[in-house]
Design a protein around this ligand. Structure first.
Ligand SMILES: [Mg+2]
Length: 382
């Protein structure tokens, strides 16, 4: 790695001028090569860094080792989570507070981050955003102009959810619905504009209502109860069947919701449900993470290299640290070079040895152990 070579050269200069000459030679040899190897790290969040909102596995100490003494970033790393529900900028602020280090929005890749790539196709068309948190705000920040949350969308249709009066917990939302109706008009006319896309941004809160309303939108060509039509596009931010939250046993994730929606839709419609799922283990997500790490690397080295030099750079290794074999480890394995997978025992995986179906390159107890391994390994390589 170039910045490390520079550091070694200046240290060696004090001790031995001949050693310095040797290092200068190898430094210029490095320059003549088109690609300078380097490494980066991608951390899963749930079950590795946090459980619920509490740091686990020594994560704050581990992350601190990736920064210089003055608090600037030393090692390019990012968070690669299938979770989400808030804009990347807000998640970065929340993570910085919980973990005690400065995290930028660029370092946060969530399940729904790839939805940005769909902007051209849906920018000016009516869409709905589903899930906990602020799904419509997430989509608006990406640039989508005509987005309604499924909460707001459903609120304009009387009796669309026949069970709503039994949902005591929805009372709090009633005033929100009032706010919606007072707030002039929805951003598009839900009774005449056909929805072109449904985006499941984060874990749906009211599965029953959401399955019902999504079947209405998807089965009626984007306009509930207005004749059958071509199914609007459907996107899921991830396909995790289960994930590790604060409860001791795993919880049902977005993949479980997808199975429920698909089963119901396919039983009630002639054509099977069509959809695209993002999130790990989708190889696209790992490619995107690699590209983002290069951008972060260019920020780390902005004083030493031009952006073009960094763009030509390639990673000799990117470490994926995760707790879920079928998501984190499978994804890193399928992504291939330069990915190297490290499985922790702080989340979904609790086994003694490696996972039989999706074995990781390395199994450790905690994220702190993983970072310790990486830093030792990388300093002995250079
Ligand atoms: Mg996880």
């Amino acid at each position: 790695m170039r910045f490390r070579s520079v550091l070694k050269a200046s240290q060696a200069g004090i001790k031995s001028p001949s050693h310095l000459r040797h290092l200068r030679r190898s430094y210029s040899q490095h320059q003549s090569q088109p690609a300078r190897p380097s490494f980066g790290i991608a951390f899963d969040i749930d079950g590795v860094i946090l459980r619920g909102h509490s740091p686990i596995g020594g994560s704050p100490q581990a992350l601190r080792r990736l920064y210089n003494d003055d608090g600037t970033l030393k090692i390019p790393y990012l968070f690669l989570t299938n979770g989400g529900g808030v804009p990347e900028s807000a998640r970065a602020i929340e993570l910085s507070g919980l973990l005690g280090v400065k995290i930028s929005a660029l370092q946060v890749l969530q399940g729904h981050s790839p939805f940005k790539q769909l902007l051209k196709r849906f920018e000016n068309y009516p869409i709905v955003a589903v899930g906990k948190g602020e799904p419509s705000q997430v989509m608006s920040e990406y640039g989508f102009k005509k987005v309604l949350s499924i909460d707001e969308y459903a609120s304009y249709f009387d009796d669309i959810d026949p069970l709503s009066s039994y949902k005591d917990w929805k009372v709090k939302q009633a005033y929100k619905t009032d706010e919606y109706s007072k707030k002039s008009q929805p951003i598009y006319d839900v009774h005449s504009d056909r929805v072109k896309g449904a985006f499941v941004v984060s874990d749906p809160v009211d599965w029953g209502r959401d399955i019902q309303v999504l079947c209405d939108i998807l089965g009626f060509g984007g306009l509930p109860a207005k004749g059958r039509g071509h199914q609007p596009a459907l996107f899921f931010a991830s396909d995790d069947l289960e994930y590790q939250a604060a409860f001791p046993a795993e919880r049902l994730g977005m993949g479980a919701f997808r199975i429920a929606l698909e089963s119901v839709f396919n039983r009630t419609h002639d054509n099977p449900l069509e959809y695209t799922s993002f999130g790990k283990p989708n190889p696209f997500v790992f490619k995107n993470a690699e590209a983002t790490l290069k951008q972060i690397l260019s920020n780390v080295h902005h004083n030493q290299h031009t952006i073009n030099e960094v763009k030509a750079n390639s990673f000799s290794k990117i470490y994926m640290i995760g707790d879920n074999p079928s998501v984190d480890i499978k994804g890193a394995a399928e992504a291939g070079h330069p990915w190297f997978s490290i499985l922790t025992r702080t989340g979904v995986f609790k086994g003694q040895d490696n996972h039989p179906e999706y074995p990781a390159n390395l199994v450790v107890d905690t994220v702190e152990e993983a970072v310790d391994y990486i830093l030792r390994k990388e300093s002995s390589c250079h």
